[in-house]
Design a protein around this ligand. Structure first.
Ligand SMILES: [Zn+2]
Length: 445
C-alpha cells in the first residue's frame, strides 16, 4: 500500500507539473485518469532513481561493458571489480530497454512473465526497498521470510542480500511480533521452604486427583481415579487409586499412602479443577469434605494446606504436581496402549504403580547425562529405595544360592534371610551419592 502511495504521489507530482504548465487538468482529475500503464511507468521511474542512487558505479561499468562487447580484458575486469560490480556479478545483470538493471540468468526462453524471469535489482538498504518488502510481506498475510522473498521475486524485484534484509524487516513488523512473538519471562519468586529443605521423602508432599479411568468389572463399567502424591523436595511420586470421589475413599487412600511412606508433615493440594471432564465431580469431592479430611490429617500431625485456585489460568501455581501428572499420563498412555484398553481394577492398580516407578526413575538433572566420568544421574528411586536398577549384591558374605529363592510360578524374589538390613558401607555410599547429587542437581522445576 505504501509503495502504491509512492507511485500515486509520483504520478500526482507529474500531473501537477503538467497542470501547472498547461492549466487545463485539475489534481483530482489527473488521479482519476491513472492507468496501469502510467503506474508501470511511474514504477520504472522510481526503480531507475533507486538504482541510480545505489548502483551508479555498477551501471556505468555495465554500460561500458555492453558498449565494448566481449573485448574486455583482465585489467578491465579487475577495475570493474574494484568499482563494486562484483557485488552482484553472479546475478549476470543487464540493463533492459527501459534502462532498469535486471537479473540475467538463463531463463529467457522459459515460460512466465518478463519481470519474474528478470527481476529488477534493488539495494538492501534503501527506503524504497523497505516499502516494497513491507508491501510483499503484507500481501502474503505476514508470512515468513521464504514466502515474502518468493512474493518479491514474483512481483519482479530482486533484493540484494534478500534473506537477511527480509528477516530484519520481519523482525521489526509489529503485526508479526504481536501474533507470533515469544512470550516474556516473568521473574520467578523464591521457592518455598518445603521445596528446598533436605528432608526424608514425602515429608512435604502435595497431591492431586486425576482421571477418571474406565474399568470393567463383570459387565459393568466403573470409574476409577488416580490420586497422585508428590514429594516437594525429591520430586518422587506415589499413586493410589480411588474407587470414588467420596471422602471415605479419599481417606482410605491417604491411610494407605501414610502407611507405606510414613508420616507427612505437610500436604498441599489445589481444588482439582484442572480436568474439565471430571471437573464437577472433583469440585464436589474436594469442596464438601475438606473439614473431615483436614481433621483426619491433623490427627496424623500433618498440616493441610489447601489452595483455593478457582481461576483456570492459575493452574501454574500448582506446577509442581501438575507437571508430574503430565508425566504420569504419558507413561500410562503407553502402558494402556500395550496392555489393551479394557482393564479391570487390579490391572489398573498395577499399571498405576508401574507408571509411578517409571516416573520415579527419571533423572533429576540432565547436566551430566552424557558424561561417562560422572556417576549415574540421581533419580527419585535412589532416594526412595536406595537401589539402582542394576541389583547390587547385598553386603556381607552370602552364598550365591541364598540371594534368590525360586517361588511357585517361576518368579524370583529376593531372599530376606540374610539381607534384611542394608549394610552400613553400602548405605553410606548411597547416601553420599544422594547428598552429592542433591548438591549439584536439584533444580527449581
Ligand atoms: Zn508481519
Amino acid at each position: 500500500m505504501r509503495l502504491k502511495a509512492h507511485l500515486r504521489r509520483r504520478c500526482r507530482e507529474r500531473g501537477l507539473s503538467k497542470s501547472s504548465t498547461t492549466g487545463k487538468t485539475s489534481f483530482h482529475g489527473e488521479l482519476q485518469k491513472l492507468t496501469t500503464k502510467e503506474l508501470n511507468k511511474a514504477q520504472c521511474e522510481i526503480l531507475k532513481t533507486v538504482q541510480r542512487d545505489a548502483f551508479s558505479n555498477e551501471l556505468t561499468a555495465i554500460q561500458n561493458q555492453s558498449g565494448k562487447g566481449s573485448e574486455m580484458n583482465a585489467n578491465k575486469r579487475h577495475r570493474r571489480k574494484q568499482q563494486g560490480y562484483s557485488r552482484f556479478h553472479r546475478l549476470d545483470p543487464f540493463i533492459d530497454a527501459d534502462g532498469i538493471l535486471r537479473v540475467g540468468g538463463r531463463l529467457s526462453c522459459a515460460e512466465g512473465s518478463y519481470e519474474s524471469k528478470h527481476p529488477a535489482i534493488i539495494p538492501q538498504d534503501h527506503h524504497i526497498t523497505e516499502l516494497i518488502i513491507r508491501h510483499c510481506h503484507i500481501q502474503t498475510a505476514h508470512q515468513g521470510r521464504g514466502m515474502t522473498i518468493n512474493q518479491l521475486r514474483s512481483s519482479g524485484f530482486w533484493v540484494l542480500s534478500g534473506s537477511s534484509t527480509v528477516s530484519r524487516l520481519i523482525r521489526k513488523c509489529v503485526t508479526c511480533r504481536r501474533l507470533r512473538g515469544e512470550s516474556q519471562w516473568q521473574k520467578m519468586s523464591n521457592l518455598p521452604k518445603d521445596r528446598v529443605e533436605p528432608t526424608p521423602p514425602f515429608t512435604y508432599s502435595c497431591m492431586d486427583v486425576f482421571g477418571p479411568w474406565v474399568i470393567k468389572e463383570g459387565r459393568k463399567e466403573l470409574k476409577r481415579y488416580g490420586l497422585l502424591f508428590s514429594c516437594m523436595a525429591s520430586r518422587a511420586v506415589h499413586i493410589e487409586t480411588l474407587n470414588s470421589m467420596t471422602t471415605d475413599s479419599f481417606i482410605n487412600a491417604l491411610r494407605r499412602f501414610l502407611s507405606i511412606r510414613g508420616p507427612v508433615r505437610q500436604l498441599r493440594s489445589d481444588r482439582g479443577t484442572n480436568f474439565i471432564g471430571a471437573e464437577a465431580e472433583l469440585r464436589e469431592g474436594s469442596n464438601t469434605h475438606q473439614d473431615k479430611i483436614q481433621e483426619f490429617l491433623l490427627r496424623n500431625d500433618c498440616d493441610y494446606i489447601h489452595f483455593k485456585f478457582n481461576v483456570p489460568s492459575a493452574s501454574h501455581m500448582g506446577g509442581v504436581w501438575e507437571r508430574q501428572i503430565r508425566s504420569i499420563r504419558r507413561v500410562l498412555e503407553t502402558l494402556l496402549y500395550e496392555a489393551g484398553q479394557q482393564l479391570d481394577d487390579e490391572s489398573l492398580r498395577t499399571l498405576m504403580n508401574e507408571a509411578a516407578a517409571i516416573v520415579n526413575s527419571r533423572p533429576l538433572t540432565v547436566d551430566n547425562l552424557n558424561d561417562p566420568t560422572h556417576p549415574e544421574p540421581l533419580t527419585p528411586n535412589h532416594l526412595l529405595t536406595m537401589k539402582t536398577n542394576v541389583l547390587l549384591p547385598p553386603p556381607g558374605h552370602f552364598q550365591r544360592e541364598d540371594l534368590y529363592s525360586r517361588k511357585d510360578g517361576g518368579e524370583f524374589s529376593i531372599s530376606l534371610t540374610n539381607s534384611g538390613s542394608v549394610g552400613s558401607e553400602s548405605f553410606s555410599r548411597v547416601f553420599n551419592h544422594v547428598r552429592n547429587g542433591l548438591a549439584h542437581s536439584v533444580k527449581p522445576v
